[in-house]
Design a protein around this ligand. Structure first.
Ligand code: NAP
Length: 315
């Protein structure tokens, strides 16, 4: 019998419409994808795997025999906190296309900072004609904090564009051409050499508030930050202080404690902040649906469950 795969999502109407179109097509030869609210009691009881995107945890709990859930997002901090520890295994989306898109975003915004674009835009607004010393890419140290699927691709892309690149992770890593550090001591060593820091680690109990007053003070004077990870990894109050009083020269922020960023938030009008609406690497429906279909197809053919998140480490 063709398996039924529940699609459990409280994502926006537009997002759900896109997925409700793409997923059944990608899974057509494997299973029938059905939105949670259309499932019969038998179908709910029979489900072993579900596809989730911002799901209502109560609906996931209403699928009592789930073995695993396939998330459509790369970041799974909400699922980890909202689904019970003895609940289904959580498989996050890992898509090479997303790594490529993210590394393009990292390169684009690194070049924006490297070529002083915020400074020249501010000069234009004041009618100032003045050039500044041009540094070569190899004279800039770009540190990628979190060198997993996305961060390691971004580090390589930066390296191939001539930057000096450092990487930092929880466990020791080796990446060709990148000086890698790990742990708390490693972070201090990295920050002290950093011209541009790119955040690409997951939000976990350990990384929440990780970039606080102490870490910001360890940066070189005028250093810039790019946060493409999650807002709460940076202490926003400490960042504002470091922007106003030093050492931080500019911050490119794609993610925030509260999204959308509230209208009255000081980041909106701060001359040293570039605000982006969480766009650095959206899930691409087409490629992601194929990856989800492959994962589910393998599970039904030989029982293989893709690598799932480690709840102890929170990612
Ligand atoms: P990943 O493959 O799990 O890599 C995570 C990296 O962070 C690893 O290098 C890991 O270290 C490191 N890390 C985790 N905890 C750490 C800690 N306490 N101290 C130091 N390093 C730590 O994740 P990914 O696929 O690259 O994605 C990273 C994050 O990007 C996601 O969690 C998500 O929040 C964010 N994201 C944002 C967007 C956007 O549009 N803004 C899009 C997609 C994803 P180890 O190598 O030692 O494990």
């Amino acid at each position: 019998m063709t398996p039924i795969i529940p699609f459990v999502s409280e994502a926006s109407q537009d997002e759900r419409r896109e997925w409700r179109d793409a997923l059944p097509k990608a899974l057509a030869d494997i299973a029938v994808v059905k939105p949670f609210d259309t499932l019969s009691d038998e179908e709910r009881m029979a489900a072993r795997v579900a596809i989730v995107a911002n799901p209502d945890p109560a609906q996931v709990a209403d699928l009592p025999n789930l073995v695993w859930v396939q998330s459509l997002w790369a970041g799974v901090e909400r699922l980890i906190t909202e689904l019970p520890a003895d609940g289904p295994l959580i498989v996050r989306l890992t898509d090479p296309q997303m790594a490529d898109t993210m590394s393009e975003a990292v390169l684009a915004w690194t070049l924006y900072l490297h070529r002083d674009m915020p400074r020249y835009m501010a000069q234009q607004r004041k009618g100032i004609w003045k050039g500044h010393t041009l540094l070569l890419p190899e004279e800039r140290t770009v540190s990628v904090l979190g060198v997993g699927k996305l961060g390691s691709a971004a580090a390589r892309r930066l390296k191939s564009n001539g930057f000096r690149v450092l990487g930092w992770s929880r466990s020791p890593k080796t990446i060709d051409g990148i000086d890698c550090f790990h742990g708390a001591e490693g972070l201090a060593t990295v920050l002290a050499q950093t011209d541009i820091a790119v955040l690409l680690m997951p939000l976990t109990a350990e990384t929440q508030g990780l970039i606080g007053p102490l870490q910001l003070a360890q940066l070189k004077p005028g250093a810039a930050l790019i946060n493409f990870a999650r807002g709460p990894i940076i202490d926003e109050t400490a960042l504002l202080k470091a922007l106003n009083e030093g050492p931080v020269g500019h911050a490119v922020l794609d993610v925030f404690n509260e999204e959308p960023l509230p209208a009255a938030h000081p980041f909106w009008t701060h001359e040293k902040v570039t605000v982006l609406p969480h766009i650095s690497a959206p899930t691409i429906t087409g490629t992601a649906s194929k990856i989800v279909a492959d994962n589910i197809s393998r599970y039904f053919s030989d029982g293989t469950i893709p690598p799932s998140v480690d709840r102890e480490h929170g990612y």
